[in-house]
Design a protein around this ligand. Sequence first.
Ligand SMILES: Cc1ncc(C[n+]2csc(CCOP(=O)(O)OP(=O)(O)O)c2C)c(N)n1
Length: 285
Amino acid sequence: MAELTLNDYKSKVENAWCPGCGNFGILNTLQKSLLALGLPPERVLLVSGIGQAPKIVHYVHANAFDGLHGREVSSAQAAKIVADDLTVIVHSGDGGAYGEGGNHFLHAMRRNVDLTHVVHDNHIYGLTKGQASPTTEQGQKVAVHPDGVAALPMNPLALAISQSCSFVAQSLSSNAGHLQEILCEAIRHPGFSFVNVLQPCVSWDPVHTYAHYQKHCYLLDASHDPTDQLGALAVALAHDGRIPLGVLYRNERPALRPIMESGIGDLRTCTDRPARLAAVFNRFR
Ligand SMILES: Cc1ncc(C[n+]2csc(CCOP(=O)(O)OP(=O)(O)O)c2C)c(N)n1
């Protein structure tokens, strides 16, 4: 087989993102990460829902499933359970992941199916023109909230660490080197890997700009122990205006499949389901 090149991951679909969008950095780095990991496009499944961020699955040449807004993690878990040989990566916006899909996100962390969930956190509902998302700052003035958002933003990193999520990291769309390191580590990690990628929305969010991240982000260094859950939680909850980048928490617990193969739960109830469902659907044809 010919050696893989970056071109093997490029699709011919026309790109509809705004010039300067943080999604470009994530797209380029995802393609480079897949190449660096030597994962051929046919062995990769990208899953998404609805939004600007989810369009990424159209812009990469690989298998893709584009489902309902906020339900992408559910589709991805099902796909990984029936097709364990695929590398499954989910892409959501912060609205899809933490708003409409918040429930699915919580339970995916519990199940620990071996997949990577990349959340493009632009702190806004981009596709639908700038409504507040679960991570919009309190007081920020956005479409539909001209006097500012009253609710507190959620803290997805602290939430994930508190739920013993298997892998919790944060990176920045404009820091290609760091993002590639984190994506590769997340994809290699056996279990549910959650990566919150901070990204400016140049059209609808004048607060979280490239300059804002330049000023407030810092890299976690060797003094940070990602196996220390309370230490990781303290980093995620520090209200000091600084934004940590790196692997905050790593919890090497068995993924769902090895647990089920060890006799807890019945893997056949998952893997036989397509055949059982097909039988049900056929009755209504
Ligand atoms: C269940 C459901 N709720 C709402 C919508 C409308 N909708 C589609 S995309 C979107 C916002 C997407 O925002 P986000 O997930 O943050 O992604 P972004 O566009 O910012 O990348 C909304 C509200 C929908 N399609 N389905």
